[in-house]
Design a protein around this ligand. Structure first.
Ligand SMILES: [Zn+2]
Length: 997
């Protein structure tokens, strides 16, 4: 007897019993005896006995080398090759372990089906065959289809299941996935999917928490669709069930279809990256942890930790609360638990009122939606809506169990006059959860939504439960305990948090929480602000020169510029001085005001350059120094010639100094050291460099990309969506994409502005945050620390004395805040009645303030609506430009003047951002419109619908005088102008232009 074969059968019997299909092997093993062949063929429908006989025959046939030919047959049989690989150890260790686990527990696996089987009569056997088709041979497929026809669905099912059982178990995931995608349109499928999930995927996690990570990656592989044909055919399967679903309304169906389309797209993207050849599925399974995108969000049945129970308790009893816990404590999981509890415990009527989960930003909405899909059992349908793209509509939200959305979207809906809108009142929902709820103050959309909520207090329908989630309550400008407490109470009042603030109080729970939240090591490196190098000297010398000239000729004294030679240059103060002085000059009647303004304009550019110079490389400072605002400067007066000459001389010198080692920024070397040190310790690190402004972020990226050691980490910029100066913000889609590639490791360094990455964005693996000289408030301090999620994470502050002073104040404020949060929680517990009264009065106060603001705005608007004539003069040279009566308002946003007289007053200059689209899409920038006399910027010329070019006026460029009273105004925005140009229809304007020609 072949001892090798004997050993093999002893070892692998359970595997063979459950997975081997002898029939196709018979053809490949001609030496087996006919008697055995016949027996096996006769037992067609009893696979287990087939295997028994087959193995017996292997042992008894007495053929030499039978073991070898068995292996060869397995290897030749396409769909059983994996068994061969498994036997010769070609599968990865983790996967082998996994198989062994299942084989050892195979009885339980079979039992599972025994339990489900009697109930399977509702499943259409043919659709199940379709699900399995990629795993079936042609013969099996035909055979099973034939059985469906002759036996009917119910009796065919056992055959199908038993045949499925001998396939490589990847089909289980497929079945699980697709029943899940069909939203368990029938209960049995739901049970089956859940049972499969429990058995195959998640049970082990409970028993063996340490293995969690390894398991996750295996899940990933199991979850991938294995063939394209299987996937697309299944759409029919799902749709069939959908159409069968009795209760689905057209809305629901449409919604689901949309959802599906999206999934299909995602899947296709992944399919592109995967090889579909069945041979390679095994390779794919071996390729564990390759960082492939996880397609499904398997519900993990997370158990709450002790402290999370403490956080969830009050809310689960239906109370309005603010849940306050540090970043990383798992607040979203707590929220998911509260939501699940809400649906499980509320009555039938109540379940119709769904849950809204608000996030302040779109990126967060997408991220939190993903989390809920993972945290909530899949019978709860979750989706996100935001003011962007396909998800911008609230269609169907009332049928979703959890909608993650931005507050703006709902506000617009509530405010809309549309008779067909989807949401009329907030109490159509049962629970409102505000993520990052500390924003619920003043004019934030959160607070505006809550004002709508308070407006419903006398409504007959029950108000929704309100829950706030935050890491910090925020204390505004408060510097004393009383003031801080008051700020917090105001937040509670705004969120109607009648049951107060919930924090972790239990000492045991506190200890547990400490273990789970990352507390980064913090260190500080002083920033080098004492430069005194030739670059610095050159810029400051020019500034000094300009100041002296200005003092010399200006008749009216100009206030002293803030000290720019100081080691700690305060850019904000300097900027403010520039703006104020320019305003004074606009109002001034002095004949020298034009020259004085030119001086300020040059100084402003120098100040900007100096500011960039402290943070970035001299190259970036030089770029700022040559700023485009100087492009339109004229040289018509001796002063203007002087300024131009000195500026270009300085520029030439500065260009040569960029490469001078004396001018290198020592602070960048500090950053580089930190980064390289971290990567040396932990090669797969993720580092975030936080900086104050977009302009710095891009300059720092340039620097890194030109550094041989840093560029390998592929630094990328991550900013908010608001543009600043001339730099565009990132769209939510771009933000999302960058976050993804940061997580995956494509970019290992992210250079971020505080508001973009400070809040909520979860980068679990970020292990170093470098805080590069930016000012923050106490809430942001906590949030940014929260970015360092990885245990053993580190935070380095590189900051100037001034920023450090502010940081110290923040440190104090953070402590004050934490202390007051506890005080508040105590206060609410001990003084329920007076706390509630206080909330009511604070609430009235907020409402009153709000009404006052509204009134004030209305009044301002009334002032603006004056019909008196105003004259527009060039803000710089005071040349008369036009009358307010010549202006027209088109598209409700652009002010134009198309009179021939006005055309004589201006000239056009090339625009550096030519062709950029303006609001409304119909308009594109063409060129700058500047004063013909002095070159001051008056606005832009823009092309309307690719044809007509019209001048759009910027009010900032003018001094405005009331004709009757001669009273002058300086206005920076149109909304503050004392008049409103007459509205004209764009078609009238265009006709007039055509007539003129
Ligand atoms: Zn002018």
């Amino acid at each position: 007897m072949d001892s090798e074969l004997q050993r093999c059968i002893t070892n692998y019997r359970p595997l063979f019993v459950y997975f081997l299909t002898p029939l196709p092997l018979l053809e490949l093993m001609p030496t087996l005896r006919d008697e055995a062949r016949k027996q096996i063929q006769d037992l067609r429908d009893r696979p287990r006995e087939q295997v028994d006989i087959f193995l017996k025959e292997l042992l008894e046939c007495g053929e030499k080398g039978i073991y070898r030919s068995f292996l060869d047959a397995l290897n030749k049989s396409e769909d059983q090759r994996w068994i061969h690989d498994f036997m010769i150890g070609n599968l990865s260790n983790e996967l082998t372990d996994k198989f062994i686990y299942h084989i050892e527990n195979a009885e339980a696996f079979k039992k599972l089906f025994d339990i489900i089987l009697p109930q399977l009569n509702v499943i259409d056997a043919r659709t199940l065959v379709t699900v399995l088709r990629p795993w079936l041979s042609k013969g099996e497929n035909d055979d099973l289809n034939e059985k469906c026809k002759s036996l009917g669905s119910t009796f065919a099912l056992p055959y199908i299941i038993s045949s499925a059982l001998r396939k490589k178990p990847t089909w289980i995931k497929e079945l699980y996935k697709h029943t899940k995608e069909a939203n368990y349109s029938n209960e049995v499928e739901g049970k089956l999917a859940k049972a499969l999930a429990d058995y195959f995927i998640f049970d082990e996690n409970k028993e063996n928490a340490e293995k969690e990570e390894a398991m996750d990656s295996i899940e990933c592989n199991f979850l991938q669709p294995s063939t394209s044909s299987g996937y697309f055919e299944l759409h029919g399967f799902i749709n069939k069930h959908k159409n069968d679903a009795e209760n689905s309304t057209p809305n629901e169906q449409q919604m689901e279809l949309d959802h599906e389309e999206q999934n299909a797209q995602e899947d296709c993207e992944d399919l592109d990256q995967m090889s579909l050849d069945s041979d390679e599925i095994v390779d794919d399974m071996i390729d564990i942890g390759s960082g492939k995108k996880q397609l499904c969000y398997p519900f993990k049945n997370y158990e709450l930790r002790g402290y999370q129970h403490e956080l969830a308790n009050l809310a689960k009893r239906g109370k309005n609360v603010i849940i306050c816990a540090p970043p990383g404590a798992g607040k979203t999981l707590v929220a998911a638990n509260i939501i699940q509890n809400y649906y499980e415990t509320c009555g039938n009527e109540e379940t119709k009122r769904k849950v809204l989960f608000f996030t302040p930003t779109i990126v967060l909405a997408q991220q939190q939606n993903d989390r809920f899909k993972e945290y909530l059992p899949s019978k709860y349908i979750t989706d996100y809506r935001c003011g962007n793209g396909d998800n911008a509509s609230l269609l169907g939200v009332k049928d979703l169990d959890v909608v993650v959305l931005t507050p703006k979207l709902l506000l617009n809906e509530l405010n809309s006059d549309d008779k067909q809108k989807f949401v009329y009142k907030l109490n159509e929902f049962g629970m409102l959860i505000y993520d990052e709820c500390h924003h619920c103050r003043g004019g934030h959309p959160y607070n505006n939504l809550m004002r709508k909520y308070f407006g419903l207090q006398n409504d007959l329908d029950k108000l929704p439960q309100i829950i706030g989630l935050t890491a910090t309550l925020g204390i505004g400008k408060a510097k004393t305990k009383d003031a801080a407490l008051q700020e917090m109470k105001q937040l509670c009042a705004n969120l109607n948090a009648v049951a107060g603030v919930v924090t972790v109080r239990d000492s045991q729970n506190k200890k547990e929480m400490e273990k789970h939240i990352a507390n980064p090591d913090e260190s500080r490196l002083p920033m080098n602000m004492e430069r005194g190098d030739p670059f610095f000297k050159e810029v400051t010398a020019l500034m000094k020169n300009i100041e002296q000239v200005m003092k010399h000729f200006a008749e009216e004294p100009i206030s002293q510029a803030p000290d720019y030679k100081h080691d700690d240059f305060d850019k904000n103060m300097f900027k403010r001085w520039c703006v104020e002085t320019k305003n004074e000059l606009t109002l001034s009647e002095s004949s020298h005001s034009r020259d004085a303004r030119s001086c300020i304009e040059y100084l402003e550019v120098c100040g900007d350059a100096l500011d960039v110079y402290y943070i970035c490389r001299p190259e970036a400072a030089l770029k700022t120094f040559m700023g485009e605002t100087l492009d339109t400067q004229k040289q018509d007066t001796p002063i203007e010639t002087f300024l131009f000459q000195h500026h270009s001389d300085a520029m030439d010198k500065l260009k040569k100094l960029c490469d001078d080692p004396r001018c290198a920024n020592p602070n960048l070397a500090k950053i580089k050291n930190c980064i390289l040190k971290k990567f040396a310790e932990v090669p797969n690190s993720r580092i975030m460099l936080m900086t104050q402004m977009k302009i710095y972020a891009y300059a720092l990226k340039d620097w890194m990309n030109e550094d041989d050691k840093l560029k390998v980490f592929q630094p990328e910029v991550f900013t908010g969506k608001q543009p600043s100066r001339d730099i565009r913000g990132l769209t939510p889609q771009a933000q999302q994409a960058i976050m993804k590639s940061f997580k995956s490791g494509q970019h290992k360094i992210l250079i971020s502005t505080p508001h973009a990455a400070g809040e909520g964005i979860d980068v679990a693996d970020c292990n170093l945050v470098i805080n590069y000289n930016f000012l923050q408030n106490e809430s942001l301090t906590v949030q940014i620390k929260g970015r360092v999620r990885k245990r053993g994470g580190e935070m380095v502050h590189i900051s100037s004395d001034r920023v450090e002073r502010r940081d110290r104040l923040n440190f104090y404020k953070t402590h004050l805040m934490n202390e007051c949060t506890d005080m508040l929680a105590n206060f609410v517990q001990e003084n329920q009645a007076s706390y509630r009264e206080e909330l009511i009065s604070l609430n009235k106060l907020d409402m009153k303030q709000f009404q006052l603001e509204v009134l004030k705005k209305l009044k301002e608007a009334q002032v603006q609506k004056r019909n008196d004539e105003f004259l527009l003069q060039c803000a710089k040279c005071k040349e008369f430009a036009c009358s307010s009566y010549d202006l027209g308002l088109v598209d409700n946003q652009h002010r134009i003047n198309i009179t021939p007289e006005f055309r004589q007053k201006y000239e056009i200059k090339e625009h550096p951002r030519k062709d950029k689209r303006l609001m409304g899409r119909d308009w594109r920038k063409i060129s700058k419109v500047v004063c013909k006399k002095c070159g001051h910027e008056w606005g832009i010329e823009a092309q309307y619908k690719g044809a007509f070019i019209l001048p759009l006026i910027k009010i900032e460029g003018f001094r405005i005088t009331e004709k009757a009273t001669k009273r002058p105004y300086v206005v920076r925005r149109w909304k503050n102008a004392p008049f409103v140009p007459q509205e004209i229809d764009i078609s009238v304007v265009l006709r007039q232009l055509v007539d003129d020609e």
